[in-house]
Design a protein around this ligand. Structure first.
Ligand SMILES: Nc1ncnc2c1ncn2[C@@H]1O[C@H](COP(=O)(O)OP(=O)(O)OP(=O)(O)O)[C@@H](O)[C@H]1O
Ligand SMILES: [Mg+2]
Length: 506
């Protein structure tokens, strides 16, 4: 009887309320051994909350968790750890000053007083071999790229013997190659009888990685399907509750003066290695320049030298024709440049401050929110309310701490602030990463609106379709150099792919 698989995990009637919202409303979920369940839903639908209940970060108000048919009480991540349930969070939780190996054993209880690091390292190396997850156990976390940090998180869970792996939007930050590595890890794991719950907004991943799909909407589970028996259209409709059309009206561009320019720029990365090696680019007002490339080829550093966050070792940065090489971030902001950073939680927000204050963070130095150094709280609130409505940020109130919003809604808040403050140039790094289909559509429309208003937009994205549909030109970065710049209409995916792997445009 092949179909008589017993579930490894069952959630029954899980309800979790927060002040002003029911994040999970009597949700059931079933996971079978050796299978992957994809959890889908709009930003704020309750996906992360449900998983946080499962690993004991939150306590459900109602409902039970069953493991291999038996009820279990999970009061803390320590309990879930002991039960073999592990989670890779939407925002990583590694200690950046410690090494990979130290992070992996951090908090383990059955350690001898002085852990034998050579044994730990040997185990890490054995797991990395088996799952093909390459990391240097001796590297410090801060030196690693986001993709490498994620590998560490996964290694850590396998090291600790997780049988159920929860991945919260793991590929939102990965290069296509890293996403494939992850697919491989999932294959090896499921072949060993382990299971996974995979949260994502990307339909192609749902369809290729999962055995089952479950859709949440406003905290309720509204559909459970076998992946083989559904398709992308149906899932998009279930998530958003309407047909999603990826059609954008892009008016012909009327480029103005060059507002953003880098000339022969060189810069180092955090490890002190060359990250940008002689980059020259120009963006005119009313123009979107897309930067394509596998993440880790200098994109982040490019956005940082333009916004004053990284030192230019050689070369020049010009904003509105003015030489601004190595100016401070504040000077760059005052020159009219806005920045949607890749690391939104680290750089984009102050978690313990209200949504409204986070929204006002850019405008508060100026009228009408302040005058001669005096702040006007009422005006900040009004401004925030306007932003919340126009960007559809789901928050119980403007005064809620921003860290309590869902990942996608935090993202929308940063977008709202930066796009609103944009007065000339906008540097957007992976702006639609982590957003659901509806919000992605809205962000792309905003970027086009900014272009229509005469801003110069530098758009860094790993989504080629996004780059081609909204950019006027696409530049490809490889190993810190520009492989070529093409008008979007003439850019063929194949050509771009070749350039992304190091062929120069002839
Ligand atoms: N600690 C908290 N305090 C108050 N409200 C919270 C808290 N955590 C989550 N919420 C609220 O619960 C709801 C569900 O959020 P959750 O983070 O689970 O959404 P999500 O489906 O993971 O969305 P996303 O795709 O944007 O990550 C949201 O309205 C959010 O604001
Ligand atoms: Mg989430």
């Amino acid at each position: 009887m092949p179909e008589e698989k017993r579930p490894i995990l069952e959630l029954r009637g899980i309800t979790k309320r927060f002040p002003g919202v029911v994040a999970n409303d009597s949700v059931d979920l079933t996971l079978y051994p050796g299978e992957v369940l994809a959890l889908l839903g709009e930003n704020g639908a309750g996906k992360s909350t449900l998983m946080n209940v499962l690993i004991g970060l939150y306590r459900q108000d109602e409902g039970e968790v069953y493991l291999r048919g038996k009820p279990v009480e999970i009061h803390s991540p320590r309990d879930s750890d002991a039960l073999g349930i592990g989670m890779v969070h939407q925002n990583f939780m590694l200690v950046s000053t410690m090494t990979v190996a130290e992070n992996i054993i951090l908090g383990l209880q059955d350690l001898p007083f002085v852990p034998q690091m050579d044994k730990v390292v040997a185990r890490i190396e054995e797991i990395s071999e088996r799952y093909n997850l390459q990391v240097d156990p001796h590297a410090s976390i801060w030196q690693l790229s986001v993709g490498e940090q994620q590998r560490v998180e996964i290694l850590k869970l396998i090291y600790r013997g997780a049988e159920i792996l929860i991945l919260d939007k793991p590929t939102a930050v990965l290069t296509p190659q890293e996403a494939e590595e992850l697919a491989h890890v999932l294959q090896v794991m499921t072949a060993e009888g382990k299971s996974a719950i995979f949260i994502t907004h990307k339909m192609d991943e749902v369809l290729s990685f999962s055995d089952w799909v479950q859709v949440l909407q406003h905290g309720k589970s509204i559909a459970v399907k076998r992946t083989a028996e559904t398709n992308a259209q149906e899932l998009a409709r279930l998530m958003v509750g309407r047909e999603v059309l990826f059609r954008l009206d892009k008016e012909p561009s009327t480029p103005g003066d060059v507002l953003l320019e880098v000339r022969d720029v060189h810069a180092l990365d955090d490890k002190g290695l060359p990250a940008l090696r002689g980059i020259s680019l120009q963006i005119r007002g009313g123009e979107i320049l897309g930067i394509a490339g596998v993440a880790g080829n200098g994109q982040r550093q490019l956005s940082e030298i333009v916004t004053g966050l990284r030192t230019v070792a050689q070369g020049e940065v010009l904003i509105s024709g003015k030489l601004m090489t190595n100016c401070s971030p504040l000077e760059v902001i005052q020159a009219g440049v806005s920045h949607i950073p890749a690391d939104r939680v680290g750089m984009g927000i102050v978690g313990g401050m209200a949504v409204s204050d986070n929204l006002a963070m850019k405008g508060y130095r100026n009228a009408p929110m302040s005058r001669r150094g005096i702040l006007y709280p009422q005006r900040i609130l009004e401004f925030a309310k306007k932003m919340i409505t126009s960007f559809q940020i789901a928050t119980p109130t403007p005064m809620t701490y921003i860290k309590f919003l869902s990942g996608g809604n935090i993202q929308k808040a940063i977008l709202a602030r930066e796009i609103d403050a944009c007065a000339g140039a906008l540097v957007a790094v992976y702006p639609s990463r982590g957003l659901d289909v509806g919000a992605t559509e809205a962000v792309r429309k905003r970027l086009l609106k900014q272009r229509a208003q005469g801003s110069a937009v530098l758009l860094i994205s790993e989504d080629l379709e996004e780059l081609l549909t909204i950019s006027d030109k696409v530049a490809v970065l490889f190993d810190g150099e520009v492989m070529g710049v093409l008008p979007s209409e003439e850019a063929e995916i194949e050509t771009l792919g070749l350039m992304m792997s190091g062929s120069r445009l002839s």
